[in-house]
Design a protein around this ligand. Structure first.
Ligand SMILES: [Ca+2]
Ligand SMILES: [Ca+2]
Length: 529
């Protein structure tokens, strides 16, 4: 994978001077152009219909004993991910960042976080992942950077600095603003800057064409390094139009469509956006094309607890939502909920029914690392940090030969990969079976969504792709029940795919079948004439 020769656009002549060190008092910034995008190493056709996993590199696997996860460590674990059936990884930011945790305070959009390794390590990760049929999607933070990013250091250094207009500045603090109960304007000796999320994360001025060109070039930089797509952070917050107009502004949507167009991001590349405020809106072809299914995620969790209204919502979601939704039951942000194991009170049967729905419905499932083990929160009081604990590899940890930077999960002793790989009844075995269904049956990976029904607390739906039809029955209730399937071919035979044992069922001449459903159970059938 070669990086094309970079040239400085004439409009950035001053920037180039800084890059060359002409402004000795300020840090250098590389804003050079990146144009060509070579063809990425091919992945198997349809890879993007498989399940993804969100991975926090800092917590996944440490390879050098410094207690911090890194890219080489993740590369060592690709065989595990392949065996689980994962087809894509979403890496939380791997850029150099100032926060030394989640990575969303980026200090260099074209460099790897030093604690994670080198660009060569990243290239090797991509190469090894592709060799296993696994695509790599990286987080890209376009709304804001760290205040330690040299771009902002320049911008803040004086009102006359050539980078001044790369961020959002006012001479005096404007009145009337409050975002998340906080004044987003931060006063400095050189004026006030705008920062939606935190004083340390100033918003870019995305109305400045040079800023957009820089980000497009940085995105191209990563495409040149073989990534298969991007998860774009905080897309509801890109543009502002005054104190009442700081989120979900109309400009946000076509801006994302423009990024896709300029980067030629379509098949095989993916772009998936994060907006809790308008998940379905951002999934539109006129915006991102794909978006995380916030809301549905809450319903999946509540349904897992047997909530009647949520079961109905889960059943109906894909009657309206596009199948490009990225589905999940938790992620790295505490506003998205607890780890699934904790959200289900540590009841493995409830974890299974909650997870089965999103692993077998339309959409692209995004497992959160460790979810497949029933991994619980890390043993820390920090609300966000407890969601991002070291991966539970063995009962002794297995994450690092040194001292892990964060305490292990509270259920490490029982819920760890080594123990679960040896146990056919483990959560890991269940997730592996669900992903195998998805990988082996195109109707589950990409089929249409038919006849969702709720009978009591038992949900059923059917998936059809070309000549293949599957039926899913999930009983969220504590009591044995039954589902009634309709719309089947007359006298169809329902052969069990999961669990594999048990007699086949038959539909009547009216295309209906009654399916007994044990308490808290998941059943999958393939339908034949
Ligand atoms: Ca390390
Ligand atoms: Ca913004």
């Amino acid at each position: 994978m070669s990086i094309p020769l970079r040239t400085l656009p004439a409009s950035l002549a001053l920037a180039g001077a800084a890059l060359l060190g002409a402004c000795a008092s300020q840090p250098a910034v590389d804003v050079s152009a990146v144009r060509q995008i070579p063809q990425a190493a091919p992945l198997p056709a349809g890879w993007e219909h498989g399940a993804f996993m969100e991975v926090f590199v800092r917590s996944y696997q440490d390879s050098n004993g410094d207690g911090v996860g890194d890219l080489r460590g993740l590369t060592q674990r690709l065989d595990y991910l392949q065996a689980l059936g994962i087809k894509g990884l979403w890496l939380m930011p791997v850029n150099a960042s100032a926060d030394h945790d989640h990575g969303y305070a980026v200090t260099d959009y074209r460099a790897i976080e030093p604690a994670y390794g080198t660009l060569a390590d990243f290239d090797e990760l991509v190469r090894q992942a592709h060799a296993r049929g696994i695509g790599i999607v990286i987080d890209y933070v376009i709304n804001h950077s760290s205040n330690a990013n040299p771009l902002f250091v320049q911008s803040a250094s004086s009102k006359a600095n050539p980078w001044r207009d790369w961020y959002v500045w006012q001479d005096a603090k404007p009145a009337g603003w409050s975002i998340f109960d906080r004044d987003p304007w931060v006063m400095t000796p050189n004026g006030a800057y705008f920062a939606q999320f935190d004083d340390t994360m100033p918003d870019f001025n995305l109305r400045n064409p040079a800023v957009v060109a820089y980000h497009l070039d940085s995105l191209r930089f990563w495409l040149n390094h073989g990534v298969d797509g991007f998860r774009v952070d905080a897309v509801g917050h890109l543009f502002e139009n005054g104190p009442q107009g700081w989120s979900m502004q109309p400009e946000n949507y076509p801006f994302l469509a423009r990024l896709r167009r300029e980067l030629d991001i379509d098949h095989p590349h993916v772009m998936v956006c994060e907006s809790p405020g308008d998940p379905i809106g951002f999934a539109a072809p006129t915006a991102c094309g794909a978006s995380f299914a916030f809301g549905h995620s809450d319903a999946l969790v509540k349904a897992g607890r047997g909530d009647d209204k949520a079961i109905r919502e889960v059943a109906d979601y894909f009657l309206k939502a596009p199948d490009t939704m990225a589905t999940m039951v938790s992620n790295h942000d505490h506003f998205a909920g607890k780890r699934l194991w904790d959200a289900m009170g540590g009841d493995p049967a409830r974890v299974r029914v909650a997870a089965a729905a999103y692993l077998l419905q339309p959409g692209t499932p995004y497992l959160y690392y460790g979810e497949e083990l029933g991994m619980s929160a890390a043993a820390t009081d920090d609300a966000d940090g407890k969601l991002r604990g070291p991966m539970s590899w063995t009962s002794a940890g297995g994450f690092s030969t040194g001292t892990p930077y964060r305490p292990a999960s509270t259920n490490l002793a029982t819920n760890n990969a080594q123990s679960e790989l040896a146990d056919p009844g483990s959560m890991l075995a269940f997730y592996t079976a669900m992903l195998r269904l998805r990988n082996d049956h195109p109707s589950i990976a990409r089929g249409s969504y038919l006849d969702p029904r709720v009978d009591g607390r038992t949900m059923s739906f059917q998936r059809v792709f070309e000549g293949e039809r599957t039926a899913v029955v999930i009983n969220y209730g504590d009591d044995a029940a039954a589902a009634t399937l309709a719309g089947l071919p007359a006298n169809a035979r329902l052969q069990r795919l999961f669990p594999a044992s048990g007699a086949a069922l038959l539909a009547g001449t009216d295309g209906m079948a009654r399916v007994p459903a044990p308490a808290l159970s998941v059943q999958v059938f393939i339908v034949s004439h």
